[in-house]
Design a binder for this molecule. Structure first.
Ligand code: NDP
Length: 281
């Protein structure tokens, strides 16, 4: 079997078209387009690429965006003050603080300072709690994108056996909650899981978000399973790869997401969707 690709660029293009249309209707109603503020502290090269892509995507769908860049020496107090200013800025509907932050800044404190109704990343504890009880307000963008990818192939999630490899607050845990809400039976694995393939080999859907390049291989996958690869890793030769070994898994799976061109563009698209929804509300 050679797996069909779930093309994140293609799905994103369609969704971004819908977002652009909905956004265009907002100015006449409220006098302004949706607005996103992106805060970058320090010069992490990967973060610089991510924030530029987010700001560029805003322009493409007609959003107003602001990119605030600060040196790594910015104090926590000054960052909190800036978030407070943005919380009170009526032209801004969504606020995103690019992670990771420098070590002297408490990320948890910063994420909690963003007004929940502007928390378009969905990382605020009240948004995480809302998802946990099945009444999501803002769904974290990466797992939101993964669910849209599963919807794109009309995968019947009810009763499906799903394994999420990785249990971070921003990907693995919310992913598990979304799959559970959709009626799947979930197993969540972490770095302490013994005999990982015992779980993955049984799964209809495998979502991998570990930050370990190519760690899930074809022999760990049930024939015909759907494999969603969240990982983005840069290899020594400069090429990007996922947490899934694409070459061996595509021989076994029915569907697979590529890296690049899979979950990455979907994450940005769902950030636009959350910002649009914040503006519409
Ligand atoms: P974290 O480092 O926060 O979490 C990694 C998780 O994977 C942890 O729960 C960890 O377990 C688990 N893990 C690590 N090694 C193993 C292993 N050998 N077997 C099973 N589980 C393991 O990472 P993130 O969730 O932030 O990111 C994961 C990946 O997704 C990265 O490659 C990142 O670049 C990518 N990413 C991609 C995005 C996109 O838009 N496509 C967006 C966000 C992330 P434990 O809890 O025990 O430590």
């Amino acid at each position: 079997m050679t797996a069909a690709l779930i093309d994140g660029n293609l799905i994103s293009k369609k969704l971004r078209g819908e977002i652009r249309e909905r956004a265009a209707k907002i100015p006449s109603a409220k006098g302004k387009p949706p607005g996103l503020a992106v805060i970058l502290v320090g010069g992490n090269p990967a973060s610089q690429v991510y924030v530029s892509s987010k700001v560029k995507a805003c322009g493409e769908v007609g959003f107003h965006s602001v990119l605030e860049r600060y040196p790594a020496s910015l104090s926590e107090a000054d960052l909190l003050k800036q978030i407070d200013t943005l919380n009170n800025d009526p032209t801004i509907n969504g606020i995103l603080v690019q992670l990771p932050l420098p070590d002297h800044i408490d990320s948890k404190k910063v994420l909690e300072a963003i007004a929940p109704e502007k928390d378009v990343d969905g990382f605020h504890i009240s948004n995480a709690g809302a998802l946990m009880v099945g009444s999501p307000e803002f769904i974290p963008c990466t797992p939101y994108g993964c669910i849209k990818m599963l919807e794109s192939i009309q995968y019947p999630l009810k009763g499906a056996q799903a394994v999420v490899v990785g249990a971070s607050n921003i990907v693995g845990k919310p992913m598990a909650m979304l799959l559970l809400m959709a009626g799947a039976t979930i197993t969540v694995c972490n770095s302490k899981t013994r005999n990982l393939s015992r779980y993955t080999k049984d799964a209809d859907i495998v979502v991998v978000a570990t930050g370990r390049p190519k760690m899930v291989t074809g022999d760990m996958i049930k024939p015909g399973a759907v494999v969603i690869d969240v990982g983005i890793n840069r290899l020594p030769d400069g090429k990007l790869c996922g947490d899934v070994d694409f070459e061996s898994v595509k021989q076994v799976a029915s569907h697979i997401t590529p890296v690049p061109g899979g979950v990455g563009p979907m994450t940005i698209t769902m950030l636009l969707m959350n910002t649009l929804e914040a503006a519409e509300r």
